[in-house]
Design a protein around this ligand. Structure first.
Ligand SMILES: Nc1nc2c(ncn2[C@@H]2O[C@H](COP(=O)(O)OP(=O)(O)OP(=O)(O)O)[C@@H](O)[C@H]2O)c(=O)[nH]1
Ligand SMILES: [Mg+2]
Length: 354
């Protein structure tokens, strides 16, 4: 929704001042795109022990868009055309206002997270319905029975006010669905924007109501509770004093770290590492990826020319001072084939055909 703190959080996440954040609805019109690196303590420890010259974390691209209001599909507010900017994302993060502040305008004039979440869900359905109806009119779609059948099923679902993620799609249907980039098939991470006191308390009646509401939903994880205002102060202070500021609120991690942890969980993502003197680097793959697929994240040639992977758990490697000879003596380095399933925290050394 507008004016809930999206741009304030975006700036804190991406450590920029790029997005204008101000107390009026529809402050953001054009999307802001930013990149935030994934903070990773394991990567830091490995790099330090390996005396690496260069550390390369993985990153997440974040898009901050305008707010949607009730009636957006009929053109209210800024309408809903700007949703095209997020059709390609892996996950939607919906910021929900859970703080009381009479000075900050709420477009619905009261704080009610469950109502807000329902409004957005319904606007996303209407946006998908529009995509369905437009596509059903296209000749090339009409020429494919499979596509038309699928769109009809989407139409029926959306007309009954159900999001598309609620349908049990077959693998064949999922393959077709992908081309349309429907918003209501995407996973949603709810971010509750609360005040400073609620951070200390760990929640309030609004966050509780939202948690209860989304328990039934699925396709999400526990909401992340942040105070965008506080995150923005944390991001602006020197890295050395951040922990101290967080500590005052009983926090061990920044909101960014908690959002990333939750989005990794939601999207079934895990991290593996490559460690060397020149470079120590974190790579992201989907849970269940094989060693060969994981190698492909580095370079498609690594996937094609894959021979085997030498691998060791990151903690074991750290305990061996990131020294291959030591790890081999202790028999901790395993030789794995292409079908091996990558585990979170694996350190890889891929052997590939030259
Ligand atoms: N009290 C309080 N105010 C906040 C918090 N986060 C943001 N605000 C204020 O709320 C107003 C709107 O913040 P933005 O970040 O511009 O909100 P937005 O969701 O990007 O708004 P649009 O771009 O208009 O959709 C600003 O005046 C912020 O200072 C918060 O945690 N607490
Ligand atoms: Mg904004």
């Amino acid at each position: 929704m507008p004016n809930v703190g999206k741009s304030t959080l975006f700036n804190a996440l991406t450590e920029s001042t790029k997005a204008e954040a101000a107390n009026f609805p529809f402050c953001t019109i054009e999307p802001n795109v930013g990149v935030c690196t994934v903070p990773d303590e394991r990567l830091e420890l490995l790099a330090e022990r390996a005396k690496t010259k260069k550390i390369v974390p993985t990153y997440i691209e974040v898009i901050d868009i305008a707010g949607l209001i009730k009636g957006a599909a009929e053109g209210k507010g800024l309408g809903n055309k700007f949703l095209s900017h997020i059709r390609g994302v892996n996950c939607i993060a919906q910021m929900v206002r859970c703080f009381e502040d009479v000075n900050i305008t709420h477009v619905e004039n009261s704080v009610d997270p469950v109502r807000d979440v329902q409004i957005i869900e319904s606007e996303l359905m209407l946006s998908d319905l529009d995509v369905v109806e437009r596509n059903m009119k296209r000749k090339e779609i009409q020429a494919s029975k499979d596509k038309m059948d699928l769109l009809k099923k989407c139409h029926e679902t959306l007309i009954e006010e159900n999001s598309l993620y609620t349908v049990k799609w077959t693998a064949a249907e999922i393959a077709i669905l992908k081309q349309f980039n429907f918003l209501t098939t995407k996973k949603i991470l709810y971010i509750c924007n609360v005040d400073e006191q609620t951070i200390i308390d760990g929640g309030n009646t609004h966050t509780q109501a939202l948690i209860e509401h989304i328990k039934k939903r699925g396709n999400t994880v526990e909401p992340v509770i942040v105070c965008a205002q506080l995150e923005s102060e944390v991001a602006q202070c020197e890295p050395e004093s951040r922990a101290e500021l967080l500590n005052e609120y009983g926090l061990k991690q920044t909101g960014l770290e908690r959002i990333i942890t939750s989005s990794y969980e939601l999207l079934d993502l895990i991290t593996y590492y490559t460690v060397g003197v020149q470079e120590t680097r974190a790579w992201t793959v989907t849970k269940g990826s094989t060693a060969q697929e994981s190698a492909g994240v580095i370079h498609s040639d690594f996937e094609k020319g894959f021979i085997k992977a030498e691998t060791i758990n990151w903690k074991d490697y750290l305990d061996c001072d990131c020294d291959d000879a030591k790890a081999k003596r202790k028999n901790l380095i395993r030789q794995e084939g292409k079908e091996y399933i990558t585990q979170d925290g694996d350190v890889y050394n891929f052997k590939v055909k030259a």
